[in-house]
Write a protein that binds this ligand. Sequence first.
Ligand code: SF4
Ligand code: SF4
Length: 360
Amino acid sequence: MTEKSKKHVDSCRFCWMCRHICPIGNATGLERNTARARALGLSMVNRGTFGLSEVIDNVYECACCGACTKECVTGWDPVMFVKEARLDAAMDGVLPECINVLVDNCLETGNTYGLTEVDAALAEVMGRHAEKTDVVLFLGVDATYKVPEAAVNAIKVLEKAGVSFTVLENEPASGQQLEYLISAANETKEQMNTCAEALNGFAKVVVFDPQDAKVFKREYKEWGVELKAEVVTFTTYLAELLEKGELTAVNSGKAVVYQDPFQLSRDLAEIEEPRKVISAYAVCNEMLCFGKDTMWAGNLLMKEWMPDVIARVAVDRINNAKGVGADTIVTASVSEYASLKAVEQAEVKIISLEELVLGE
Ligand code: SF4
Ligand code: SF4
């Protein structure tokens, strides 16, 4: 572990001020799922009390959502040392077996799910945009393989706005899943470089999934991956299309709340753009913990090894919406959409930004 990370591990005051904000800790109610407990375990590893393998399961119980980092009263960054511990575990060969399988899948197929077949309806819609243009819509692995209806809707929204764009038939992985699983390993950077090469023939990349947008705009720069094309999030692109009048809207007057994906609101400081889009079609209200203070609503990747916890994380977020009397949550993250939709309940409707724009 770098000296900087060791300092962050040891500098945790164990003050509990970040405890209430952790979506995983809130869902499990377990002390081990707090940033504080993780720092304590890693501090003992750094002191040689026991090996990293003793706490590695716990290291993978963190969503790296950054809520604790934002909340930390002393300015320490639990996400940073979690990422370093994961890289160390990969290099030392002590990854949990379930994580090894996901990493292998990712290296073989580009996605942790090990999927290679694209849904027929999505393939048909993608085929309409195979021709090379200046703009490429980057769908991401979750939309391509797990939630194809979201990918179809994203394409339909750009078609509705009359945008001329390309969708890659064999879209390379952005590296976001490997970045989450094994951080700055050579394999992650190789995947990112391959992706950058494929995208550099375009002037603009419109990124549908906030998880991809985060790595394109942050890790690629930090790690020297040269992505020359302009990168714009799907949400910001829609806000621009509305402003230019290329996307038209009729406001239904319906009240909704917006689930900020932390990758957009916390990591990329994108707060206003999605609200501008929502406000064109509906009345955008706020629920508890929004904007930079957003509470993560679960994802598809962690569901692979913590399905029950991810289900509870989603239930908690739906309860946040109920708490302000909301009956509709609008999402801009395909994996949060899937996580929230998976909860069996009828009181709060879950819709994606694309569904809102398309009036579905
Ligand atoms: S990064 Fe998120 S999931 Fe991980 S400890 Fe902090 S608040 Fe919890
Ligand atoms: S990470 Fe920060 S806020 Fe959380 S327990 Fe440690 S010092 Fe306190």
